[in-house]
Design a protein around this ligand. Structure first.
Ligand code: DOR
Length: 431
């Protein structure tokens, strides 16, 4: 038996705040009631907080198909260093995660990961928007979230059928099957490589209007109402989208939503030097959109902070702005950015980064749990006051495309415990 006593931290979870210590057991993977003096080892957490580890609803791990950008191993290490115990892997791999064979392979690679990798799967075969994937079979393998992320399902009738199909499926753990939508009407965004507005006009770059996102948010809220099925809206980026989700929730529709750290910290003005590290889908928007996303996070309209961690090789990001792939890293900087930039109480941050996303992903009961004996030991120790500067050369991710290089932030992940095992100690991964 390997037991670890986490000493000196203030425990913060849905039960409130209290003094530690907390003991975890790697063999049962749980928090245990044990005299800390009897534990096999100690972890110093003096002056830190001990919280339920985070859950990310949206990461690209690139395996299979683009292991030069990231792998399940390197991505899970980045996640652990970011304080995560679980991440939902997006299906836009090569081949796409739209079949039992590919999902089974991903699950086998995930066994040795430094956090729980929960594969999502495509809504449509090949993510090409024409035929539904074998969702029933994929649910039996443990998939709880379906998405064509990278693109949205353009055909409203097919999306309606997908929602109805999801509603007919029963997972053996009782979790709801969730359709997670990248909201973008491609007929309107086509040719756009950044937000359509004053900056795209000045830079001579094709723009994606806010309405390309908002039309699909509107349509999917309508489809949620029609089918009674929950729709999860990915990476909300416009004030109009936030307002529509706010209204849908007020009307009682089962809609949930996420926002990324880059959409609450950066604007389209960042693209001024044509630096492709700022190219992302949906694109960076305006100051008023950033304000609306922050307001949505504060008032409960947006349920979760999700990173949309999207590693890309340097070669591909060195192409011209029009030709470079969209996406930016997120896992190792998300908590520090939220802690530094959002004026939110810690309890709210934990809800946004741990409890709500765990519930949305069907991982409640295993992640985002209160820190009590008998509960899963997926925990993070954070030094809230530790100031540091993001350095792309020191990230665990294989890629370096962080838009936050050089940014000063506050709040450092000190230790991460995954299933009772310290996978990060003093800011370093243990394997
Ligand atoms: O910027 C993005 N990058 N947005 C997406 O929807 C996909 C992602 C990727 O896979 O690189």
């Amino acid at each position: 038996m390997t037991t670890v006593a986490i000493m000196g931290a203030t425990v913060v979870d849905e039960d409130g705040e209290r003094a530690g210590p907390v003991v975890v057991d790697q063999s049962t993977k749980q928090v245990v009631e044990l005299d800390p003096a009897q534990a096999d080892r100690e972890l110093d957490a003096t002056g830190c907080i001990l919280v339920p580890a985070f859950v990310d609803l949206h990461v690209h791990l690139r395996q299979p198909g683009n292991e030069a950008a990231e792998t399940i191993e390197t991505g899970s290490r980045a996640a652990a260093l970011g304080g995560y115990s679980a991440v939902v892997a997006m299906p836009n791999t090569t081949p796409c995660m739209d079949s039992a064979a590919v999902v089974t392979e991903v699950l086998s690679w995930a066994e040795s990961a430094l956090c729980h990798i929960k594969p999502s799967a495509a809504i449509t075969v090949g993510r090409d928007g024409h035929a539904l994937s074998p969702m029933g079979e994929l649910v039996e393998l443990g998939v709880r979230m379906f998405t064509d992320d990278g693109t949205g399902v353009q055909d409203a009738q097919l999306m309606r059928r997908a929602l109805e199909y999801a509603g007919s499926l029963a997972a053996d753990d009782g979790a709801e099957i969730v359709l997670s939508q990248h909201c973008e009407v491609t007929a309107l965004s086509q040719g756009g490589v950044m937000h359509e507005g004053a900056w795209s006009a000045r830079l001579g770059l094709g723009g994606q209007p806010a309405e390309a996102e908002e039309l699909m948010v509107m349509r999917d809220i309508a489809l949620s109402r029609l089918t009674g099925q929950r729709v999860h809206v990915q990476h909300l980026s416009t004030a109009g989208s936030v307002e529509m989700v706010r209204r849908a929730k007020a009307e009682g529709h089962p809609v949930t939503a996420e926002a990324t750290p880059h959409h609450f910290t950066l604007t389209d003005a960042c693209c001024a030097d044509y630096d492709t590290v700022f190219k992302v889908h949906p694109p960076l928007r305006t100051d008023s959109d950033v304000d609306a996303v922050r307001q949505g996070l504060a008032d409960g309209t947006i349920d979760a902070i999700a990173t949309d961690h999207a590693p890309h090789t340097q070669d591909s990001k060195e192409r011209p702005f029009d030709a470079a792939p969209p996406g930016m890293l997120g896992l190792e900087t998300a908590f520090a950015l939220a802690n530094t930039e959002l004026d939110l109480p810690l309890a709210k941050l934990l809800e946004l980064m741990s409890t709500r996303p765990a519930w949305i992903a069907g991982l409640g009961g295993r992640h985002g749990c209160p820190i009590r004996p008998g509960q899963p030991a997926n925990l993070t120790v954070i030094d809230l006051d530790h100031a540091w500067t993001v350095d792309r050369g020191r990230l665990a991710s294989l890629a370096v495309n962080t838009p936050f290089h050089g940014r000063k932030v506050k709040g450092r992940i000190r230790h991460t415990i995954y299933e009772g095992e310290p996978v990060v100690i003093d800011g370093k991964a243990t394997r």
